[in-house]
Design a binder for this molecule. Structure first.
Ligand code: AMP
Length: 449
């Protein structure tokens, strides 16, 4: 299918061409006709699938027809969980809408009110907002939503995780009941189904399943770690590899992100942190520096890195495993973008075994375990084969013969990662793991009627 066949306005089509897109992604192919036909929609799709254009393009199409309603409120409202994601949606709307020139802007927490009030002082076409700040504006009386034609909830699951449920309800109450509602979410579990039930009318559903495929360009690796010090040792070793040109390192907490970036910098590997306690200006500056190549290592938390779109990330390193399996997919999707290959490395200590199992169930495969000579773990996370059905076998060459080395065996010296990494359970000098084995892709399913 082509973008022309989707029936979009020529001004939108030429903007798409200018962006270099030739064919719609599966989520775009499925959702755009449904949205253009006026349906409510729930799409289960991760970032990296092209989901932003899947709602921005039909929203722009809607704007090609004049509104007959009086007032200044937005015709299209997009709610997003983080300022970064909202910023990226706005950028997409400006890019794809360059031929239509919608009047649009963001209402984001942590940003000055003055500009936002100026935006709302004249009729506006598209508003992209984080829920808290939008509620502020509603309560101050600076925005009305009675002219709204389309409401989009981007990463709705994450907004609920972040405690925005009440704010979303307040916002929805102020919108006309005949609006069109689109919801994008990584999962349909938990409160999401209830929220959808409450606010949507006979929604169509699209599900993009996570599956393994040879298309995927991300190689995933697992390193079993003994403790925090062992993780730090491995991290220092990995970042000393010249093949690692740009990396995002994920930590569990904001404080860890700060500490880890400081520690890396002290060790001669300049790094920056990105987390939700930083001001919006500091976050934007950091992201810009990384985009321009001024930062090689970024230590981030999940929320701050959600939706982060930086090209050329060669490695994602999960210093701590995420609690939610969906976040694992989000994280590793920061690399292997735009046709490039990428490496996603996860550290897992005994306390993270449950998270690891959750992730492996979610992606439908075991992460191949590797060790680095001189940095081997003294413990194992996998249950012996036969009980878990895991990839490593017990007996000679298996876990029993491989582990139990004293921790003092680590020399901490930087060796080239690609040369010294070896699959766990192999002999020390065996060939490194294949670089681009099948990993993750988003496979589309037919929408359910
Ligand atoms: P998203 O899932 O919306 O975060 O999009 C992921 C990336 O895919 C962004 O960098 C988009 O610019 C890009 N993209 C979106 N649609 C297409 C398309 N049809 N062809 C090529 N790239 C696209």
């Amino acid at each position: 299918m082509t973008f022309e066949e989707l029936g979009l306005n020529p001004a939108i089509l030429s903007a798409i061409t200018a962006c270099g897109y030739t064919t719609p992604t599966p989520i775009q192919e499925q959702s755009i006709p449904l949205v253009l036909a006026g349906h409510d929609l729930i799409a289960t799709a991760q970032t990296g699938t092209g989901k932003t254009a899947a709602f921005v393009l039909p929203a722009l199409e809607l704007l090609t027809k004049k509104s007959t309603l009086p007032g200044k409120g937005p015709r299209i409202l997009v709610l997003a969980p983080t300022r970064e994601l909202a910023g990226q949606v706005m950028e997409s709307a400006r890019n794809y809408g360059r031929g239509i020139r919608p009047r649009c802007g963001t209402l984001l927490g942590g940003m000055p009110y003055r500009e936002q009030l100026r935006l709302l002082s004249a009729p506006v076409d598209i508003v992209v907002a984080t829920p808290g700040r939008l509620v502020d504006h509603i309560e101050r009386g600076s925005i009305r939503l009675d002219r709204l034609e389309m409401l989009v909830l981007d990463e709705a699951d994450r907004m609920l995780d972040m405690g925005f449920s009440e704010d979303i309800n307040k916002i929805v109450e102020r919108t006309p009941s005949d609006r069109q509602t689109l919801m994008f979410t990584a999962t349909m579990e938990g409160d999401i189904a209830r929220l959808a039930e409450k606010m949507m009318r006979e929604p169509k559903r699209i599900q993009l399943a996570v599956s393994t495929s040879s298309h995927a360009l991300i190689e995933q690796r697992l390193h079993v770690t003994d403790n925090l010090n062992h993780k730090k040792e491995l991290l220092n070793h990995l970042v000393s590899d010249s093949e690692l040109t740009r990396a995002i390192i994920f930590s569990a907490t904001k404080r860890d992100a700060d500490e880890l970036s400081r520690e890396l910098s002290r060790n001669g590997f300049p790094a920056a942190a990105l987390h939700g306690d930083m001001t919006q200006m500091a976050r934007n500056k950091t992201i810009d520096r990384m985009r321009r190549g001024g930062i090689r290592l970024l230590v981030a938390t999940d929320v701050a890195a959600r939706g982060l779109d930086v090209n050329g990330v060669s490695h994602v390193i999960n210093f701590d495993l995420p609690r939610f399996a969906e976040d694992y997919v989000h994280r590793i999707g920061r690399t292997g973008r735009a046709g490039a290959t990428g490496i996603a490395i996860s550290f897992a200590s005994a306390g993270e075994r449950n998270y690891l199992e959750r992730i492996e169930r979610f992606i439908g495969k075991k992460l191949p375990e590797l060790q680095i000579a001189g940095h081997e773990p003294t413990t194992t996370l996998r249950k012996p084969a036969g009980r878990s059905g895991g990839p490593r076998k017990s007996g000679p060459g298996g876990p029993a013969g491989r582990f139990g080395k004293p921790a003092g065996g680590r020399d901490g010296q930087a060796k080239s990662w690609s040369k010294s990494a070896k699959p766990a359970g192999s002999t020390p000098r065996s060939a490194p793991a294949p670089r681009h084995e099948p990993v993750i892709e988003y496979r589309s399913r037919r929408p359910q009627a």
